[in-house]
Design a protein around this ligand. Structure first.
Ligand code: SF4
Length: 367
């Protein structure tokens, strides 16, 4: 989406000035505004967040403030769309920088998924396929899933959501992250070589034979997270060589080989809980976004915590929510102007809401 350039007074703004002006604007707006901050946001944004969380928690938090006129979502575009879908019409959802997207979400678009479904229908019975979309997807893909009685999932509830899908069908079409789909299937006891195929949207039948499609339980979209794909088996081995007592904790968007070698894997909220509950003096190599790892290291000085990737890996699209954008957004609200509203048309929102409601209904299994 197009982001208009910031006016010059914001474009050159330093962090200290932005922080004090954000605080003043929030104070002026009072309970009219709620600021949500994803864990991957930088500290200079998180300090202003009324709630922080992963996409699952923030989707729920967005719906828990009926008194607020404005929900300012410091995350990426699909998260703001989900918040808009889950909140009443009188609440306005704002993304401080419209250029904050998600490279993984962009790896599956509506036309590709529609074509995939049609091609699947030529070789197998799509009435027995349950589509499951990761929350990291555009609203029209959530609507596609809702129209076919599927569900949205997050990394927090993927095993529960996929388990539910397989009680309601014989196969799952999982998009857009093949790694979360594969790791979830393995966790549920499926064989990644026999029970799963990868669907490449640029090849006929996703690059598969009709027989392989018919045999498979999981059809995994060929997408990935550019941050979590950076973590490797070699990094895990290097961490263990350097710190013999290290425990390796990774996100399930990492590749299967990395997840298998790790001591623990789970969603962002699981990573937080694991570190909170860890014994003082323990050492942790974490495979997830660097802003979260750095914050955990700061908040838990009694433990040794470092990122598995020494080259560090911020989510470059999350990083586009600079404090100057948040300041610009809030000061416009104080002046009575709404900028950067994210609004999903009702024709898309209604079926997407059905898929999101299914996600909330299946709930969360404690990792
Ligand atoms: S960390 Fe990966 S999945 Fe999450 S918003 Fe960034 S690119 Fe998307």
């Amino acid at each position: 989406m197009y982001q208009q350039p910031l006016p010059p007074e914001y474009a050159g703004m330093g962090d200290a000035e932005a922080a004090s002006r954000i605080r003043a604007a929030k104070q002026a707006l009072g309970s009219r505004v709620v600021v949500l901050g994803h864990h991957y946001q930088r500290d200079e944004i998180i300090e202003h967040a009324d709630h922080r969380g992963d996409s699952y928690k923030l989707a729920k938090d967005a719906g828990s403030h009926p008194e607020a006129e404005f929900i300012v979502f410091c995350g990426v575009h699909f998260m703001a769309e989900s918040a808009d879908i889950l909140t009443p019409d009188n609440q306005i959802v704002i993304l401080p920088n419209l250029a904050a997207g998600c490279s993984m979400a962009d790896m599956a678009n509506f036309f590709q998924v529609k074509r995939c479904w049609k091609e699947l229908g030529e070789v197998t019975d799509t009435d027995r396929i349950v589509p499951v979309t990761y929350i990291n997807s555009a609203a029209n893909l959530k609507a596609f899933v809702g129209e076919r009685d599927g569900t949205v999932c997050t990394s927090t509830n993927a095993p529960t959501a996929v388990g539910w899908a397989l009680e309601n069908g014989d196969k799952v079409l999982f998009f857009p992250d093949q790694h979360l789909g594969r790791n979830t299937g393995v966790r549920l006891g499926f064989d990644p070589d026999h029970d799963m195929v990868v669907w490449d949207p640029f090849k006929p039948l996703g690059g598969n034979t009709p027989e392989r499609i018919r045999d498979a339980t999981f059809i995994l979209w060929k997408g990935h997270c550019s941050v979590h794909k950076r973590f490797t088996v070699e990094q895990v081995q290097a961490a263990r060589a350097k710190h013999p007592d290290v425990r390796v904790l990774v996100h399930p968007e990492c590749e299967l080989e990395v997840v298998r070698l790790a001591d623990h894997n789970g969603s962002t909220e699981y990573i937080l809980r694991t570190i909170e509950e860890a014994e003082p003096g323990t050492t942790w190599a974490i495979g997830t976004e660097i802003n979260l790892v750095s914050r955990l290291a700061k908040e838990h000085p009694d433990k040794t915590i470092f990122c598995l990737d020494e080259q560090i890996c911020p989510c470059s699209t999350m990083y586009r929510i600079h404090p100057s954008f948040l300041c610009w957004t809030l000061e416009n609200l104080v002046a009575g102007r709404v900028v950067n509203q994210v609004k999903v048309p009702e024709a898309v929102a209604a079926p997407a809401r059905k898929a999101l409601a299914q996600m909330l209904r299946v709930g969360v299994s404690r990792d």
